[in-house]
Design a protein around this ligand. Structure first.
Ligand code: F6P
Length: 369
């Protein structure tokens, strides 16, 4: 008999509930107890936020977005900012307290579902002696050592559907539409949705873009009688001069800046340089919402069930990963070492170039001879 605790950390992603469903059902069938820690590590700090989970508590949740446990991206227990009596911000480390409570509550393993930030935290707990298994989540798909993270497929579907809808309005007005999608450090969502949704230009962090080349592509479209254009820009895209776009730090406790602004900037530049009617929109958190696609559901259920098998095999400080359609265990340390970037020599990038999509660089592949 084992006692397992699950947590969901960082930005939510469609499929989180499917992982929880699979963990609860797999454990129940083994006669193990499962608890959920609310809002990341909340349950280790306040007993009311540690909830026992039975199959009836997770009925049907595999098809729902969000997380029944809640999540936070302000919850790093190793550097938690708090206000002292004088009203000043102090950064404190509460990891010892969490580990103590984990042991006191008699848990055998912590299944941490998260992206690179949450898994880095989980790994530090593993180094302190907490048996941990990671499950890779992020719509950005930028975690190393797994072919896919769950949430990505749903985000790409949402972005592609949005692009499909933009074509008719862009065409009706002979406009340029610039769509900003998520993708902090890598351009997976922009690339997949851009190719599938008929974009003319895709801007990704992996290929710094020259706005002149972007405008050149739009003018070239006109020359070939295509009077409207669609530009997809990942929020983390950067110019060849190294310009990045963000909206500052955001809430207390948040470690990363809030990205945003590249779409608006690109649209303004296109308007100025080509005199074309240009509009921009930000898809934002729409990409994180809604029901997981069948692909994400299945992947998340498989990750959850595999995580429980890893508990049984005592494969701790490892992350469940998808590798050539198999569930494998990889050391968390390997997965968080660096972000998974788009491979610029991959077939997807070649396909995009071959069908005439511009990345804002000087590569002439795919240009009409
Ligand atoms: O990591 C996923 C992600 O969706 C990023 O693409 C984006 O920059 C970030 O989360 C936004 O997070 P928040 O929920 O804090 O706005």
């Amino acid at each position: 008999m084992k006692k397992i605790v699950i947590s969901t950390g960082g930005g939510d992603a469609p499929g989180l509930n499917a992982v929880i469903y699979a963990v609860v059902h797999s454990c129940y069938r083994k006669g193990w107890e499962v608890y959920g820690s609310r809002n990341g590590y909340g349950g280790f700090l306040d007993i009311e936020d540690m909830v026992r989970l039975f199959p009836r508590d997770v009925e049907g949740i595999y098809s729902t977005g969000g997380t029944i446990l809640g999540s936070t991206n302000k919850g790093n227990p190793f550097s938690k900012p708090v206000k002292n009596l004088a009203g000043e911000i102090q950064v404190i480390d509460i990891s010892d307290k969490i580990l103590r409570n984990f042991n006191r509550m008699g848990f055998d393993c912590h299944i941490a579902i998260g992206g690179d930030g949450s898994l880095a935290i989980a790994h530090r707990f593993a180094e302190m002696g907490m048996p941990v298994i990671g499950v890779p989540k992020t719509i950005d798909n930028d975690l190393e050592k797994t072919n896919r993270t769950f949430g990505f497929d749903t985000a790409v579907s949402t972005a592609t559907e949005a692009l499909d809808k933009l074509h008719s309005t862009a065409k009706s007005h002979n406009r340029v539409m610039v769509v900003e999608v998520m993708g902090r450090d890598s351009g997976w969502i922009a690339l997949y949705s851009g190719i599938s949704g008929g974009a003319d230009v895709i801007l990704i962090p992996e290929i710094p873009f020259d706005i002149e080349e972007v405008c050149e592509k739009i003018s070239d479209n006109e020359l070939h009688d295509k009077l409207y254009s669609i530009v997809v820009a990942a929020e983390g895209a950067i110019t060849i001069d190294g310009q990045k776009f963000n909206k500052g730090k955001g809430e207390l406790g948040r470690e990363e800046v809030i990205l945003g602004g590249v779409g608006e900037w690109v649209a303004a530049e296109i308007r100025k340089r080509t005199e074309k009617d240009t509009r921009s929109l930000v898809l934002g958190h729409l990409q994180r919402g809604g029901s997981p696609t069948t692909f994400d559901r299945l992947l998340a259920l498989r990750f959850g069930a595999a995580a429980v098998r890893f508990v049984e095999g005592k494969i701790f400080d490892h992350m469940v990963a998808l590798n050539d359609s198999q569930m494998v265990a990889v050391p968390i340390a390997e997965a968080i070492k660096m972000r998974k970037k788009v491979d610029l020599s991959s077939d997807k990038v070649l396909t995009a170039r071959d069908i005439g999509i511009c990345f804002g660089d000087t590569d002439t592949r795919g240009q009409v001879e």
